[in-house]
Design a protein around this ligand. Structure first.
Ligand code: ZN
Length: 322
């Protein structure tokens, strides 16, 4: 098992795995040959790319870097190898991949390789190889998703002599499904306490209640335990008529708080300080006009907007086009 992978219900039957495992031992490529003989230009490019300045790979008597083993067998980038195809790719390997694709394991990632070197490769060596599907793992779950590790082993020959083996492992997997639709975040819940519970009780009845000091009749909003004018602690309420005008406003561009945007799209959106005709001011969203049509003096009218199943809030609808 690869690091980070774990069995998926190891004891559960997996009919697909039974089919996949039957491919173990089947050829992935037979009597294939490299596109080019081992050659100095490819060795030079490789060394330049790797920053490898070893004299062993230069001049007369040079050998190829052993880790180039796979490079001599690569089929190239062309999707169709064409009529001179010498990759020897077998129907079995295509069948294995088709089976995985058909079952939804459509993604692929190379996970690791192991190489063994039996003889140095020198410019002029003709490369041939056979490849076998060595194993298919039981179904595993990784951070990328759930799938199957497929290991192939390539036996590489140079001028017909065994030169090395290249064991290559891929994970064919079903990508972890990401939610395609973002769930709109909920507005933060209001903190309801003894000092403001009456306000929220009013909202529940679609009434916007303003506190009024029973000693000096001063209106106050937001709700407070005592009167700022006379320090009186006794109060009653008056219900706002709902008429008001925008006293001031800001447009939120960044950072985005989708929960506060009446459209739910994350803004921009306007937040207004609305002056009610009763004389107090309240902060709220302006709805009914684009955010850039909100202006000081804009007439608005109170309404109650359901934000989610558990929350209704007062908002202010522009009563003209802005
Ligand atoms: Zn007072």
């Amino acid at each position: 098992m690869k690091p980070g992978a774990r069995d998926v219900r190891a004891d559960a039957p997996d009919p697909l795995y039974e089919q996949l495992a039957a491919y173990a031992g089947c050829p992935a490529a037979t009597a294939a040959s490299g596109k080019d003989p081992v050659n100095a230009p490819m060795i030079r490019h490789w060394c330049e790319a790797m920053g490898d300045t070893s004299p062993a790979y230069r001049g007369p008597g040079a050998v190829a870097p052993p880790t180039m083993l796979q490079a001599w067998t690569m089929r190239g980038l062309a999707p169709d190898p064409g009529p001179d195809d010498r990759t020897g790719r077998s129907p079995a390997y295509d069948g294995l991949l088709r089976l995985l694709d058909g079952a939804g394991y459509t993604s692929v990632v190379a996970t690791d390789c192991e190489q063994e070197y039996l003889r140095p490769l020198r410019p002029g060596d003709l490369i041939t190889y056979d490849s076998v599907i060595e194993s298919v793992s039981p179904r595993k779950t990784t951070k990328l998703g759930t799938g199957y590790f497929v290991t192939t082993r390539m036996d590489v020959r140079a001028n017909g002599e065994p030169a090395g083996t290249h064991r290559f492992r891929i994970l064919k997997y079903r990508p972890v499904e990401r939610p395609t639709q973002r769930k709109a975040p909920l507005r933060p819940r209001p903190v309801i306490n003894r000092d403001n519970a009456g306000f929220w009780a009013g909202v529940a009845e679609h009434r916007l209640l303003i506190q009024r000091c029973t000693r000096c009749a001063t209106l106050r909003f937001p709700w407070l335990p005592g009167c700022n004018a006379c320090a009186g602690q006794e109060w009653d309420t008056v219900e706002a008529s709902g008429e008001g005008t925008v006293f001031s406003h800001v447009v939120m561009h960044h950072p985005s708080f989708p929960a506060f945007d009446p459209s739910g799209e994350g803004g921009p959106y306007a937040v207004a300080l609305v002056e009610l005709v009763e004389g107090v001011r309240i902060v709220g969203n302006v709805v009914g006009v684009p955010y850039d049509k909100v202006r000081v003096g804009l007439p608005v009218r109170l309404e109650f907007q359901r934000m989610d199943p558990d929350l209704e809030l007062p908002v202010f609808r522009a009563s003209e086009g802005g």
